[in-house]
Write a protein that binds this ligand. Structure first.
Ligand code: PMV
Length: 357
């Protein structure tokens, strides 16, 4: 460890961050090395679906034996989450030299029910990474500047690949790609050009088709891309889709946007359907909803399209000024949702540091 005049090892430090989930438009599916992507991905950072995490680091009586961890999810101990976090923190001692000297109290909670079937790893891991980076900044007297957020994105990635995209607002890209200046496999970056107005404040209504755990964990899913007969074609296709989407985000061509975004969602599911073993993660109602969206768009010409994660829920994407027309579509789709649940979300500004005690 390099000791600087500002080092405050041996002191208590607290950090608290609110970090949102994100939804990928160009999908990451397949990884290599230590959580590095096989293709670049692009996502919208959301707003209403978020995690709030508070981390308190207290010096251990015996420095160098930590980190010790106490973990509470929504006020309760949660051994399953705690085990995952402990494993994650062990590998982070290479990135944070204060970790072996502290006991961490981690308290976290989501704005959405865990059972809703919304991936919480992106918001959860990015919130935790931001807290750890803030604690390091406090202990070392560092600024929370661009370098800080880049490190927070890298640390998030080590917990869950897609989480690295949640560290920035708007639209972010993770993975090296010639169309995106400064893009890297190590961390995400924000788009460096102005979005066409049609995409600013893009709306995302999350149709909860089926709540609960996914049929396959994403780490298993990524693994299944190794030796997958269509893997190389998929990675090349994702890169081409990203190039085209980058152009569309500037030009504002909604129809091309919708075509690329839907192609990406269906390509992701096609990879799962053609892996060995195969996984069918859509639910019959997912298909009903997709067909209804297509029918409504043809009949009304409304700017609306869909995407899916590795699960059955449908994200309905539309520009803010189409909200009124999409409201009637939502009512048609609601009966296909679990208990009629639709979570209203939109493109947000990224994580927020909260004051905490
Ligand atoms: O970050 P992971 O390992 O949970 O993988 C996420 C994969 C998808 O959500 C299906 C796609 C993506 O890019 O977010």
């Amino acid at each position: 460890m390099t000791e600087t005049g500002n080092e405050k090892h041996g002191e208590r430090a607290i950090a608290c961050w609110k970090s949102p989930s994100n939804i990928a438009l160009i999908k990451y599916w397949g990884k290599r090395g230590n959580q590095l992507p096989r293709n670049a991905s692009l996502s919208i950072t959301l707003s209403n679906a978020y995690t709030v995490t508070r981390v308190e680091a207290a010096p251990l009586a015996q420095a160098g034996t930590g980190p010790e961890v106490e973990f509470r999810f929504e006020g309760e101990p949660n051994p399953a989450f705690a085990a995952r976090i402990e494993k994650y923190l062990k590998q982070l001692t290479a990135y944070f030299d204060f970790l072996p000297d502290v006991k961490l109290l981690i308290e976290t909670g989501n704005s959405f029910p865990h059972s809703a079937g919304i991936a919480s790893s992106a918001s959860g891991m990015s919130a935790l990474a931001l807290c750890l980076c803030s604690i390091e900044a406090q202990l070392k007297g560092q600024q929370e500047d661009d370098t800080f957020f880049r490190k927070a994105s890298l640390i998030s990635r080590l917990g869950s690949g897609s989480a690295c995209r949640s560290v920035f607002g708007g639209i972010t890209v993770w993975g090296s790609h010639p169309a995106i200046a400064g893009s890297s496999d190590e961390y995400a970056v924000q788009l460096d050009f102005e979005l066409h107005p049609v995409f600013r404040g893009l709306m995302d209504a999350i149709l909860i088709v089926h709540p609960g755990e996914k049929g396959v964990s994403s780490s298993k899913g990524h693994q299944l891309m190794e030796g997958h007969p269509y893997a190389e074609a998929r990675f090349a296709h994702a890169a081409k889709n990203l190039s085209e989407l980058a152009g569309v985000l500037k030009s504002g061509d909604w129809d091309t946007f919708a075509g690329i975004v839907e192609n990406e969602a269906l390509s992701l599911h096609a990879m799962m359907l053609t892996s060995s073993p195969w996984f069918m993660l859509m639910h019959p109602n997912s298909l009903m909803i997709i067909n209804e969206i297509e029918k409504f768009r043809k009949q009304t010409g409304t700017k609306v399209c869909f995407t899916l994660d590795a699960g059955p829920n449908i994200h309905l994407l539309y520009p803010a000024d189409e909200a009124e027309r999409v409201a009637s579509l939502k009512e048609t789709l609601r009966p296909h949702c679990h208990n009629g649940v639709i979570i209203e979300d939109f493109m947000g500004n990224g994580p927020e540091k909260l004051s905490c005690r």
